[in-house]
Design a protein around this ligand. Structure first.
Ligand SMILES: *[C@@H]1O[C@H](CO)[C@@H](O)[C@H](O)[C@H]1NC(C)=O
Ligand SMILES: *[C@@H]1O[C@H](CO)[C@@H](O)[C@H](O)[C@H]1NC(C)=O
Length: 253
């Protein structure tokens, strides 16, 4: 605001002719064109294509203050948005500065102080507030569910025998590996107060029964199973095509 106020007063005293006429009775009305644009309608005025789709974030209308019977103007953006004004032949980037100025009723053109304090002539004050996307904190992307061949995986059954005091099952959700395949953690834990000498998770396939727990303590065991392009069921290392999982505690007290 300040640089313009200064300019305005300089104007009043120095080239009084064009400025002071505003105050004489009977000057033309100030009807310099101004318009607040948004992301839906800015494109038809963006003659130079400076605000690019996809890279730009347009969040709000500029704010517009017209005073002295529309002869003085201030157009600006809120927050850290930057003001861009689309003139008929060029684009003025005001960055974080306001476009302050006055309408010359004889030419119906705006005289605006640019962000370096220089007076420029603007045929129309059509403004938009925008921000480059890469100046924003990165947007957290919602992970897109990948559809690789290996994600079509059947989970192994697990034995739901009398599991009193035991919680046995898959730990949801899936873990997606880098190639888009899935991993699942199978856990077996005591929900009562018993502690056991051993706990084991067994995987059954066509070749037999295999202990596969990779982490164990007195109340808990777990293993990470993988589904990838090598099979249509979960596997653990070389134990492929697991059809059934079991959990077994021994010597609990
Ligand atoms: C100022 O401009 C507004 C919007 O164009 C208009 O409605 C209003 O009548 C104008 N005021 C004067 C004093 O011309
Ligand atoms: C066993 O490991 C699980 C999982 O890490 C943990 O929650 C639990 O407290 C551990 N129990 C004992 C007795 O160390």
């Amino acid at each position: 605001m300040l640089p313009f106020k200064l300019l305005f007063h300089l104007c009043l005293f120095n080239f009084a002719e064009s400025c002071l006429k505003i105050r004489y009775p009977g000057p033309p009305k100030c009807e310099c064109p101004s318009l607040l644009l948004n992301w839906e309608n800015f494109k038809e005025y963006d003659v130079t294509g400076v605000v690019r789709d996809g890279e730009s974030h347009i969040s709000s209308f500029p704010l517009l203050v017209l005073e002295d019977e529309n002869c003085t103007v201030s157009m600006y953006c809120s927050g850290d948005q930057e003001l861009v004004v689309f003139d008929t032949d060029k684009t003025h980037e005001f960055l974080n500065y306001p476009a302050d100025g006055m309408c010359d009723p004889y030419t119906q053109k705006w005289l605006i102080g640019d962000n370096e304090g220089t007076l420029i002539t603007v045929n129309r004050l059509y403004g938009i507030c925008w921000k480059l996307l890469n100046q924003q904190p990165p947007v957290t992307q919602v992970p897109v569910t990948p559809e690789p061949a290996c994600s079509n995986c059947e989970l192994a059954d697990f034995e739901k025998q009398d599991m009193h005091g035991i919680n046995f099952g898959y730990l949801w959700p899936y873990i997606y590996t880098e190639d888009g395949c899935i991993s699942m953690d199978m856990i077996c834990e005591r929900t009562d107060d018993l502690e056991c000498r051993d706990v084991e998770i067994y995987a059954e396939n066509y070749d037999g029964n295999f202990p596969i727990a990779t982490y164990k303590n007195a109340t808990f065991a777990s293993v990470r199973l993988v589904c990838d392009s090598r099979g249509f069921r979960l596997h653990y290392n070389s134990i492929m095509e697991i059809g059934m999982l079991k959990c077994m505690f021994t010597d609990c007290r």
